[in-house]
Design a binder for this molecule. Structure first.
Ligand code: 2AM
Length: 177
């Protein structure tokens, strides 16, 4: 059987923001609120590809490498809970146009290559807690973390010895050149 991997394009969080986010999470959400995502696994998904072959991976990497657009600044100033998918998340009240453009492009490329893309509108978010099945108070977003996004990456998602691990396989710089 040809090798396939579970892949997605995403934006990584800088280490200092990662630290602040997990501190904020520990302060505001008790253990029963949900299962915390490991600090190193915090990311913002741009396009989920599912299980794909090495051939399709190469094709999508080639298309990703042709994307030309400048970087942008991401403000994390919103948080919420989706009971349906049982997640507590962090996001932006006004996602930057560059983020939406990049996600649109990657999702369109994925769709044209035969990767199913949900018809739901794209809601950029960073999942903080999973299995959050009971509604919990979400602290008002009295915080504002901002960071420049100058690259995006292709990640592999693996479930090894009971743990989810995301490994970056390839990265691209956002540039107009
Ligand atoms: P989530 O954090 O909202 O669960 C790796 O699993 C990443 O891909 C996660 O960010 C996850 O989003 C996202 N993901 C997993 N399955 C997906 C699907 N079927 N459609 C869209 N995104 C998905």
């Amino acid at each position: 059987m040809p090798e396939s991997k579970r892949l997605f394009f995403a934006i990584e969080l800088p280490a200092d923001i990662q630290t602040q986010v997990i501190h904020w999470r520990a302060q505001h959400f008790p253990p029963e609120a949900g299962r915390p995502v490991a600090a190193a696994n915090l990311h913002l998904t741009l396009a989920f590809l599912g299980e794909i072959s090495a051939e399709k991976q190469r094709a999508l990497e080639g298309l990703a490498g042709r994307i030309r657009q400048p970087g942008f600044t991401l403000h994390l100033d919103d948080a919420g809970q989706w009971l349906r998918s049982r997640v507590i998340w962090l996001g932006s009240r006004q996602p930057p146009r560059g983020l939406l453009q990049l996600a649109d492009m990657l999702r369109a490329q994925a769709s044209r290559s035969g990767c199913y893309q949900s018809p739901q509108p794209f809601h950029p978010h960073i999942t903080l807690l999973r299995d959050a099945s009971r509604a919990v108070p979400i602290p008002p977003p009295g915080f504002r973390w901002s960071f420049p996004v100058s690259e995006f990456a292709l990640y592999e998602s693996q479930f090894i010895q009971g743990r989810t691990r995301y490994t970056p396989l390839n990265r691209w710089t956002l540039t107009t050149e």
